[in-house]
Design a protein around this ligand. Sequence first.
Ligand code: GLN
Length: 299
Amino acid sequence: MNAPIRGRQTTIGAALDRAAASLGTAGVEQPRRDARLLLAETLGGGAALITGYPERRLDAADVDRFAVLIRRRSAREPVSRILGRREFWGLTLRVTPHVLDPRPDSETLVEAVLARIEDRDAPLQVLDLGTGSGCLLLALLSELPWARGLGVDISPSALANARENARILDLSSRAEFRRGDWGRELVGSWQVIVSNPPYIMESAIADLAPEVARYDPNRALSGGADGLVAYRSLVPQAARLLGPGGILALEVGAGQADEVEQLLGAAGLLGLCRARDLTGTDRCVLATSKAGISANTIG
Ligand code: GLN
C-alpha cells in the first residue's frame, strides 16, 4: 500500500509559514505577501481559502506545485514573472521574459500625461517609443477612448507580447505595434509621445536587486556608460515627430531629470514640468514643442 509520505502532509497555514520563512532567508523583501500570492496561484486564486481555512490539508500535487513556485521566488524571480502577469494602471498585463516588468513608478508618467490632456475624447495620436509590454500605450488608450496609438520596439518578442496585451484588453483596433529603432524610420505628427527607455548606468546594473538585474532584459535596462545613451537618440527624433502643442513625456532614472531636460532643450523643446513617483523621486519629465506654444500665445 502506498502510505502517504508523512513529511509531505501539510496544511495551508503550515505551508504558508514554511514558504514565508524560506523566502525570508533568500532575502525576498516581502516574504509573507509573496508566499500568499504564490499559494493563492497554486490553489487556483484561493486567497479566501488561505485566510479562511488555514487548517485545511494541501494535497500532494499542490504541495509539489507550490514548492516549484517558492523555489523560483527563492532564486529571486519576481512574482509577476512567475505568474506571467502584472497589474498596471488597473489593467492585467501579460509579462514575458522579453520585456521590462511594468513598474508602479511608470504609472506616474501615465498620470502626468492624462493630467495635461484637456479633452479625453479627442482623437489623439499616441506614440510609445520602446513599448515593451505595451504598458504605457495601452494604459493611455484605456483612458482615451478615441485615441489611436503606435508602439515601437526593437525586439520582435516584445512586440508579440505588446500585441497580445492589446488583444486581451480589447484595444487591438486602436493599437498598432511596429519594429523600429526608437523613432528613426517614423514620419508624422503626434500629439502625445511617451517613452520609458533604458536608463540604468551599465556599471550599476549588477548592483540592482536580483529581481531586476537577473530577470529584466538588459536591453530594457542599460542606458550605456552614463545611463543617457537612449535619450540622446530618441529625444531629437521625438522632437521631430511631436506635433504643434503636443506632449512628450519621458520616464527618467533617479537624478537624471536635469540632464534629460537639457537634451530636450537642445532639441528645441520646452520643458513643461516634472512628476514624482511615490517615493518622491522625479520620475518623469514633460515637454512640448515651441511651435505649439507660439501658436497658442502669439497672434
Ligand atoms: N525603473 C527600472 C528600475 O530601475 C529601470 C527601467 C528603465 O531603465 N527604464 O528598476
